[in-house]
Design a binder for this molecule. Structure first.
Ligand SMILES: Nc1ncnc2c1ncn2[C@@H]1O[C@H](COP(=O)(O)OP(=O)(O)OP(=O)(O)O)[C@@H](O)[C@H]1O
Ligand SMILES: [Mg+2]
Length: 349
């Protein structure tokens, strides 16, 4: 099923928290709504679920306008961060509860519960109580309870954020596998860029209630449209330096960097990803710098270097070593650099 948001706005009193949001989620798509805390992700999701009224605009699901529909008539199932299982009901009873509410017969409920439990590998746990389960198993019960209703659309609000890092990684893979197997259109909210990059077919990045970019993980990483997107996605964040552009030459302190583009601006920002930079000898390379710190991360060494316009992170080989405060050069392929307008943050091409 498709989900379409058309010029959705939301205000709480005088505070506008969502601005003219346009979003089209495709049939079977896993769309991730990504943004910092307070950017409006949960509000947008709750509006799709019908748990929050819209201030302006419209929402349609499968081509039907549901803007003023009650939640129960929208054919969506929501999974929350705190999965809120009933502690005195068994796993089987928890999963079957929505069907009991819908007044299905006992044997039909049992059949469907077994079916869904099988899909999330909970068959052996149906008689246990939530307290007897691990965090990941509980999360699967919450998912199963959402799935048993056979919703047209899954809405998930940070469903993995209560789990420890290792389990989160495992559940991420499980979720991705399950979503692809079931092919249910899913809108997934998170502030975790790794979750967004790994799970999504497309990522919608929100900043302060405004959609910054909607694109595949690869193109949002390789081809950010704004400085905000460039710095939000990627770890460490993209290196940026302020400077001026004159006929395609970027002035960073005393260094002059040919960008290969015929652009001019007194107020520009140069961006470079850590993995696109190399540490070279002092005097060589395109940017002069001083070594600030080395951190051995495992498969690489993360070098922090001080330039005339702030710190740069560089991913170097794990064998890299040099004394603190040593003069170094930073080199890179000019094709790898990004340019942004200093005041609007828009990409300059
Ligand atoms: N019921 C409400 N009344 C007033 N303001 C609200 C209400 N619900 C949310 N807000 C405000 O709307 C903005 C967006 O909140 P929202 O919960 O959607 O953010 P979020 O992106 O989900 O953040 P988080 O990552 O912290 O969950 C915030 O500034 C929040 O304070
Ligand atoms: Mg939220």
């Amino acid at each position: 099923m498709t989900v379409v948001l058309n010029q959705i706005t939301k205000s709480f009193g005088a505070a506008k928290v969502l601005h003219e949001l346009d979003l089209e989620v495709h049939e079977g798509e896993f769309l991730v709504l990504l943004g910092a805390s307070g950017s409006g992700k949960s509000t947008a999701l709750r509006m799709i679920a019908g748990l929050e009224s819209v201030t302006g605009g419209s929402i349609s699901i499968d081509g039907r306008d549901v803007t003023n529909e009650l939640p129960k008539n929208r054919n969506v199932a929501m999974v929350f961060q705190s999965y809120a299982l009933y502690p005195h009901k068994t796993v089987g009873e928890n999963i079957g509860y929505p069907l009991k509410i819908a007044r299905l017969g006992k044997s039909e409920i049992e059949d469907q519960v077994r079916d869904v439990a099988d899909q999330v590998q909970l068959t052996d746990y149906l008689d246990r109580y939530p307290r007897q389960l691990s965090g990941g198993q509980r999360q699967r019960v919450a998912l199963a309870r959402a799935m048993v209703r056979r919703p047209a659309v899954f809405l998930m609000d940070e469903p993995l954020s209560n789990l420890d890092a290792k389990l989160r990684g495992h559940m991420r893979a499980e979720l991705k596998h399950m979503q692809q197997q079931l092919g249910i259109t899913t809108i997934y909210v998170t502030h975790d860029q790794v979750e967004a990059m790994t799970l999504a077919h497309r990522v919608a990045l929100l900043e302060m209630g405004k959609l910054q970019q909607l694109a595949s993980p690869k193109s949002i990483y390789d081809d950010p449209e704004t400085l905000f997107v460039a710095q939000f996605i990627g770890s460490p964040p993209m290196n940026v330096a302020k400077g001026s552009l004159d006929g395609g030459v970027f002035a960073l302190g005393d260094d002059r960097i040919g960008t290969g583009k015929s652009l001019s601006s007194p107020d520009a920002v140069l961006g470079l990803r850590a993995e696109d930079c190399r540490v070279v000898e002092a005097g060589a390379g395109k940017i002069r710098a001083k070594l600030y710190a080395n951190e051995l991360i495992g498969d690489h060494t993360l070098v922090t270097a001080e330039t005339a316009s702030g710190m740069f992170s560089i991913k170097a080989e794990k064998e890299f070593d040099a004394p603190m405060n040593a003069a170094i050069g930073i080199d890179f392929d000019p094709e790898k650099l990004y340019l942004f307008d200093g005041s609007s943050g828009a990409r300059m091409r």
